[in-house]
Design a protein around this ligand. Structure first.
Ligand SMILES: Nc1ncnc2c1ncn2[C@@H]1O[C@H](COP(=O)(O)OP(=O)(O)OP(=O)(O)O)[C@@H](O)[C@H]1O
Ligand SMILES: [Mg+2]
Length: 307
């Protein structure tokens, strides 16, 4: 039985121009024990899919189940299997951190949870904040509390909707160590993030959503293999030759060009020489998940869905 099953899930919202299709027949399963990445640009439908999974929104059509429990028909059973870290910072300003975690434990009917709450606070770097009021916390600390809240009932399936947005480098590392440990202990993890190097490092399988549709669904290693294998990277101050400007990823002075083989790299360099341009710090690196992502989201991409 899969940990999570999405079967032909569609969601439309009314909009000024009729209706907006946020999800369009999304179908895939996440198996027990997977560390699964759900990626996509802003507005792709990731949070909408997670809201339906968590029972916070209803699908227009289709079915979602968590470890065999339908999220509509068996809401309470499905919800108990899940720990959800929401994208939006929502919290009750009147409680301390420890109180908020006790209340959340009570909501799930978990008694005598102090030892686990203490472990969560320590693992998430919140030990010295346990008696602080929620409204006294910084943004990143509030997000840590949301992570702790999602985990108070030791859910078998952990869903993280951009848990590291606005979180400092050190906590990102602590958080991932902690979540990876829970995953090794058998917890299934579903993660959305815009930090693609995190997804590349952590997820065994990845689905990419584009305007509500699954446009890629593969093992992370296969996605990386299928990409243009190399990237030519250099710095320059002038404009790129028009013949390949459209292929380039430009960040300030840094230009990165996808290359499928050595010939393509030679062609780029020859064109730069012909144009009389000066480049510095030339290097060739392996394509990473960010390159794959940009390729998948580009209009010319052929859908690749394997399981
Ligand atoms: N309650 C709502 N009413 C109307 N439209 C909505 C609602 N919630 C989401 N949408 C629309 O559905 C689409 C998908 O939004 P969603 O929040 O799922 O995207 P996302 O992939 O989570 O994006 P991000 O990376 O920015 O978090 C967007 O076009 C959004 O405007
Ligand atoms: Mg979102």
């Amino acid at each position: 039985m899969p940990a999570i099953s999405f079967q032909s899930v569609s969601k439309t919202f009314p909009s000024a121009r009729g209706k907006l299709t946020a999800l369009d027949h999304v179908t895939f399963d996440i198996e027990e024990g997977e560390f699964f990445g759900l990626l996509g640009p802003n507005g792709a439908g990731k949070t909408t899919l997670i809201s339906i999974l968590a029972g916070l929104a209803r699908a227009t059509s289709g079915r979602v189940s968590v470890r065999g429990h339908d999220v509509q028909a068996e809401y309470a059973n499905a919800r108990r299997q899940l720990g959800v870290v929401p994208q939006e910072l929502v919290f009750d300003p009147f409680f301390t951190v420890r109180e908020a975690l006790r209340i959340q434990s009570g909501y799930f009917g978990v008694r005598n949870n102090e030892a686990w709450i203490t472990e969560l606070l320590e693992s998430l770097g919140l030990a010295d904040k346990s008696h602080a009021n929620m409204r006294q916390l910084s943004g990143g600390m509030k997000r840590r509390v949301l992570v702790a809240q999602a985990l108070v009932h030791k859910p078998p399936v952990i869903v993280l909707d951009e848990p590291t947005a606005g979180v400092d480098v050190e906590l990102r590392q602590t958080l991932w160590q902690f979540i990876a440990r829970l995953n090794r202990q058998g917890h299934t993890v579903l993660l959305t993030t815009h930090y693609l190097e995190e997804a590349e490092a952590l997820c065994n399988r990845i689905a990419m959503l584009k305007t509500g549709r699954v446009v890629a669904l593969e093992r992370t290693s296969d996605l990386l293999k299928a990409a243009s294998s190399n990237v030519l990277r250099f710095k320059m101050d002038s404009q790129l030759p028009a013949e390949f400007a459209h292929k380039a990823r430009v960040t300030g002075r840094i230009v990165q060009l996808p290359a499928h083989d050595a010939h393509e790299i030679e062609d780029y360099l020859a064109a730069i020489r012909r144009a009389g341009l000066r480049v510095e710090d030339v290097e060739i690196r392996k394509a990473d998940l960010e390159d794959v992502f940009l390729d998948v989201m580009s209009a010319k991409y052929q859908q690749r869905v394997a399981v």
